[in-house]
Write a protein that binds this ligand. Sequence first.
Ligand SMILES: [Zn+2]
Length: 257
Amino acid sequence: MVIEAAYADGTGAANALHMSQAQWEELQRAYCVGDLLMPCCNAPAIPKVSANGYPFFAHLGGACSTSEESQWHLAAKILVRSVLEDLGCRASVEMPGSGDAGRWQADVWGERNGVRLAVEIQRSYQSLRDYRKRQERYREAGVKSLWLLRQERYSTLTKSMGKERLRTEFGGKFPSAGHFGPCLSDLPVAMLELDPAPTVKGAGFFNATLPNILEAVLSERFLCINGLWCIDNLDSMNNAARLSRERFAANRLAAKM
Ligand SMILES: [Zn+2]
């Protein structure tokens, strides 16, 4: 879902997140094809509203010359940057920087009242070791950070993190009591979905809006508790997990009868 398109005459950009419904409708009524360009490939951008009411830009004719992966990555960066702006941050994309543990180029960078935040949007495979190495650069420099992953990347990383946690914290055995969360407390991570509407999810039935999670990271309320990243919603996450287990048990019982 692309929410920003540049004006072809160089006068800036139209951003769906920063516009009222009336302004969006006016744009839809008044634009001419070619006035606005897609950020991925400079094709003409058409302002639309999705079936569930979200304003977005589409390619004229639907075709894009860049890969689906790069389109997703770019759309996600623009969205995160726009949400950070809404939260009162000075925000930019592809921000270089460095600290004692090394250099970085943050996909999205936000600053607010002296708080610095790097958001990394990971679409391609990366080993747990590399995640931690890159994460350590931010931690060491006192920069808050958040990793937002596509679903398949998130599943792969969660498996690696779970194994690592079992090995280092539980001596290789599943804990007998309580529930086992797979996440590591030194790697703030969640899964980002852009379609049909932007949503953030995570292990243990974590669910948040993008503004919620970004605000939580900025204000140190995104916490890892027993291997699960959460905001203030651990109770409702546990509830959802319990309901899911009950449904699963009921289905098994029904299948046996
Ligand atoms: Zn394109």
